[in-house]
Ligand binder design. Structure first.
Ligand code: FAD
Length: 448
């Protein structure tokens, strides 16, 4: 509110800006709206101006101006983040990176892109030479690569390649600093962790280098089961079948499928489905495994139709929550990681313990070489106290909760900020202007 908009628009004269209040308010939002706890906390938080740089030179110009005038900068990709990561707590500049969408090059196994490239766009380009992205969130059609690295954690493909933060899943990146004379810093190897999942606090990412995976023809399959735990055990068994290539193993407890309108005909009422993406050469082995667990294949879409009709992936990960909320907006969710355990005992306990209040939605992925059950349980929300009680019960049982109902980075999945990240922060953002208000440690440090 203390900002002089005229000064700003003058400073950014050659760069595209948006000052229309309705547009600025819209571009100050993200998908924290899935959390009834976050909505009131972030209500009314808007930026003063949206700036849309077209290239790195323009980013540097914006950074220099903001450092000089001490204006907060909230970097934004597509704004699909779930924790209010893109919501400016102290106004200032919303730096919209979506105009920087050049795919710089794609070679076998590696690609280099500008931060605003959409995940789906890179995947398409890579497929032209027989490669694909290792993993993508279920928002791959709209989300940017910069936003995924800075704000995401993993997704479709994580059953094969692990999570984003795992060593090797990000090869290099380049940031612009928020100093009086902004610098360009290129990080490679383990140094990328200084910026990985830093919520736009540790520099403005302009370019990224990502490892690619060999592209497989992925078939989409629905298998249904009479019993939830049998479906879960089938999911785990497919997960550890190392000879079978897969990209997605999602398991839903009834009544979750009732929220998937487009898929009703494939999931009889009361059944518990698994949604799969399996490489076509491995498909021949699926019926045997399905039979072993007493399931039934009710839907199969060949890879050649991948671009057409319904995409199963868009019902998984946090899209499950999206579909449920379209039907019943009182539903919210949790994010959990179960300890490695082939018997899935804890899943079974929690499935029964909360009954209909916490509906089980499992996503299998790899963590340090082991197949792990993660969950984005759907919660019938009543009060914040009850939600916290549910979270505490899970934690007491040994389930790791990456709490999606906080906008503070350390209270979510991250828990502790790496000292290296802290050191890097002091260097690239000496005035504490980047996405201020989102970190306890980084905030305190810069204000002290
Ligand atoms: P934004 O929301 O725009 O930004 C996210 C964070 O990154 C912000 O803190 C922002 O400041 C920062 N940032 C963005 N660009 C830059 C940059 N260039 N430099 C520095 N910082 C930057 N996430 C998953 O990991 N897996 C999922 O499967 C998944 N499923 C989802 C499903 C739904 C329905 C929804 C709504 C969200 C889901 N998400 C998921 C969360 C989110 O969609 C993804 O993490 C996505 O990749 C974020 O990209 P974005 O471009 O929208 O980032």
């Amino acid at each position: 509110a203390t900002l002089n908009l005229d000064t700003l628009t003058a400073a950014f004269a050659d760069i595209e800006t948006i000052t229309d209040p309705a547009q600025v308010a819209k571009l100050s939002q993200d998908y924290h709206t899935f959390s009834p706890v976050l909505v009131p906390k972030l209500a009314g938080k808007v930026g003063d101006i949206v700036v849309r740089p077209a290239n790195e030179a323009e980013v540097i110009k914006v950074a220099a101006t903001c450092a000089k005038l001490r204006i907060p900068v909230t970097v934004r990709g597509a704004g699909t983040g779930n924790y209010g990561q893109c919501v400016p707590m102290h106004g200032g500049v919303i730096l919209d990176m979506t105009k920087m969408h050049e795919i710089l090059w794609v070679k076998p196994a590696v690609a280099r892109v500008e931060a605003g490239v959409k995940l789906a766009a890179l995947d398409k380009k890579a497929r032209e030479i027989g490669w694909e992205m290792r993993m993508a969130p279920s928002t791959y059609r709209t989300a940017t690569i910069g936003g995924f690295i800075a704000g995401g954690s993993g997704g479709i493909g994580s059953i094969q390649y692990g999570l984003l933060g795992d060593r090797g899943n990000l090869l290099g990146l380049r940031v612009v600093t928020l100093e009086d004379e902004p610098r360009i810093i290129e990080l490679r190897g383990d140094d990328v962790q200084k910026v990985n999942h830093a919520w736009g606090i540790n520099g403005i990412i302009t370019r990224l280098e990502l490892p690619l995976a060999p592209a497989y023809p992925w078939a989409e399959v629905i298998v249904t089961f009479d019993d939830f735990m049998t479906a879960a055990k089938f999911g785990y068994a497919l997960g550890i079948a190392d000879g079978m290539m897969k990209k997605l193993i999602s398991v839903f407890a009834s009544p979750i499928p009732q929220y998937f309108h487009a898929l009703h005909e494939y999931i009889p009422q009361g059944k518990h489905p698994a949604f799969l993406m399996v490489a076509e050469p491995s498909l021949e082995f699926l019926p045997g495994l399905v039979q072993q667990y007493g399931g039934e294949i009710t839907y199969q879409k060949p890879a050649q139709d991948a671009g057409k009709g319904t995409h199963l992936a868009e019902f998984t990960w946090n899209h499950t929550t999206l579909h449920a909320r379209i039907v019943d907006s009182s539903i919210t969710y949790l994010q959990s990681i179960f300890p490695p355990d082939a018997s899935l005992q804890l899943v079974e306990h929690l499935y029964h313990h909360f009954g209909d209040e916490v509906m089980m939605h499992l996503e299998f992925f790899r963590v340090r070489g082991a197949v792990i059950a993660g969950a984005l349980q759907l919660v019938r929300y009543t009060t914040e106290e009850r939600l916290n009680e549910i979270i505490r019960y899970h934690e007491a049982q040994g389930v790791m909760i990456a709490n999606p109902h906080t906008y503070i980075i350390e209270d979510g999945g991250r828990k502790v900020i790496d000292p290296e990240q802290l050191k890097f922060k002091e260097m690239v953002d000496p005035y504490g202007l980047m996405n201020p208000g989102k970190s306890k440690v980084l905030e305190f440090h810069n204000n002290s």
